[in-house]
Design a protein around this ligand. Structure first.
Ligand code: AVJ
Length: 337
């Protein structure tokens, strides 16, 4: 499929790497729109995707290493244990990964495909151009004959940029529990659109964090070192820089709590004193009362039943359910209904 902006995909000399970019000035407009929408509501809110500038991505990488933050290492453990089985069962030769980052998890799946002799192509989609290019180069060196078709974009807006299948069974992966960042209705619509990438032989591989003792979840989102707090406040750095705003960042406290009714964790930023914030680029003045909170993220925790219900609502069907011994995290394999 051609890039929406009409640019030709860039091919490298070896022709093993294609990178197609969908990010342009529109990215900045999305931030401006989200800020305008979210900060003029009675209950202020910002979508979590704006955490991830280069500093935010680094902070997130650090979070993944924290003793309290179990999801990343648990998912990697399940993946490592089950990759051969997943590849054997699906016969997958192509991996499409939505939000691929540094492609650490992809390697586990690509290696399994390589061992099975089915590996053909890796299609990472990520907003970070540098992460995508670096991993593409490393991977074509590591796996002989591998083609990489990278899509620089946002999977909420640029799924159309994912090329048609290459004729081999494909695995479309959305890992890390990222699906939990979306409230139920949006989540089901997104899953339905992702299902649109699947042919009859293709499968979705979805990572979901599971419901458990709230204390364990809350510790994962409020670590002792304060890395998550800094990650949370990073969204204010992004807005100050990109939209020429003047959030007094030190005055915003990190809050993380499990909401047992929704079964999701919420991160908020609480204004420790009243303040007035000017956001020049969007011509907006926002007042915060003392103690007022801004919601910056929800991260839903799942049960098998909830995953099945979300799949059903999205025209998908759960085929396999893989979890760790402690039942902390799950990987689901699903097909189109
Ligand atoms: C990247 C969305 C999976 O929700 O656990 C980590 C982001 N937020 N610590 C998550 C995050 C706070 C993470 N996801």
């Amino acid at each position: 499929m051609d890039a929406a902006d009409g640019r030709e995909p860039l091919m490298d000399a070896a022709d093993a790497i294609t990178i197609d970019s969908f990010l342009d000035e529109a990215a900045e407009r999305v931030l401006a729109d989200d800020v305008l929408d979210g900060l003029t509501r009675p209950f202020k809110e910002l979508p979590p995707k704006h955490f991830y500038d280069s500093r935010g991505s680094e902070l997130f990488e650090r979070i993944c290493e924290l003793p309290e933050y179990y999801p990343t290492r648990t998912e990697l453990e399940i993946l490592t244990e089950r990759a051969d089985e997943i590849v054997a069962e699906t016969g997958a030769g192509e991996l499409v990964e939505l939000g691929s980052g540094a492609a650490e998890k992809a390697r586990v799946l690509l290696s399994a495909m390589d061992r099975a002799g089915t590996l053909t192509r890796y299609v990472p989609l990520d907003v970070s151009e540098s992460a995508l290019e670096e991993s593409a180069r490393a991977l074509v060196d590591e796996y002989e004959g591998l083609e990489v078709y990278g899509v620089i974009g946002d999977f909420e807006r640029h799924l159309d940029g994912v090329p048609d299948g290459d004729g081999h069974a494909r695995l479309v992966a959305l890992l890390g529990g990222t699906i939990g960042n979306f409230p139920p209705g949006t989540r089901r619509r997104l899953l339905r659109r992702i299902g649109g990438l699947l042919g009859d032989e293709d499968r979705l591989l979805l990572g979901t964090d599971l419901v458990k003792d709230p204390a364990v979840i809350e510790a994962a989102y409020d670590d002792a070192e304060g890395v998550t707090a800094e990650f949370n406040r990073n969204v204010l750095h992004v807005i100050n820089r990109e939209l020429n705003a003047n959030f007094p960042i030190e005055q915003f406290e990190h809050v993380a709590f499990f909401d047992p009714d929704h079964e999701w964790i919420e991160m908020r930023l609480r204004a420790s004193e009243a303040c007035t914030v000017e956001i020049e680029q969007v011509g907006l003045t926002v007042e915060f009362g003392e103690g007022e909170e801004l919601r910056t993220e929800i991260s839903a925790k799942f049960t098998r039943q909830r995953v099945e219900a979300d799949f059903a609502a999205a025209g998908l069907a759960l085929e396999r359910w893989f979890t760790d011994d402690d039942g902390l995290f799950a990987l689901s394999l699903a097909r189109r209904q």
